[in-house]
Design a protein around this ligand. Sequence first.
Ligand code: FE
Length: 194
Amino acid sequence: MSDAGDSEREPSIRAEALEALLIERGLLTTADVDAVVEQYNERIGPLNGARVVARAWSDPAYRARLLEDGTAAIAELGFGGAQTDKLVVVPNTTTVHNLVVCTLCSCYPWAVLGLPPRWYKDPAYRSRAVREPRALLREFGLVLADHVEIRVWDSSAEVRYLVLPERPAPLAGLDEAALVAHVTRDAMIGVARP
Ligand code: FE
């Protein structure tokens, strides 16, 4: 039997072996692989989450459904699979700030955020998010007032989390399409604000 760490590591080793083999056989180039990774990282990923947040900011009924059942609500926009079988969306308020971590490894809602950033998998991030979240967020450039409670959500193989940031007041007049551009990956993990 392998422990949880092994089961997370093994697929990446297998993937690397497969990639090497396909390149060796001339079926794939490194550039092909990089392009797919970039697409998940920069485009498909966080952009999907940004569309979910922009919809929630624009449509109170959608926001309510999103908080009630994240998985069902992102499916309305055509998103799902990729590690979001149980997605829980946690809303920031003026008094509560949410932060997402996976203390065990690097569980992450791929379907809405793409691939996790390198720092998300860093042992320092994973331990400090729990131990001293306020100091950690300060290093990300996010200084929270003392009266703001920080809630830390530990992702797992079963449950993944997405932060619903507050809509910044200056964006009040924008429509949904324009709002998308203001929602960042980091804001949906909880280490930044839009
Ligand atoms: Fe994990």
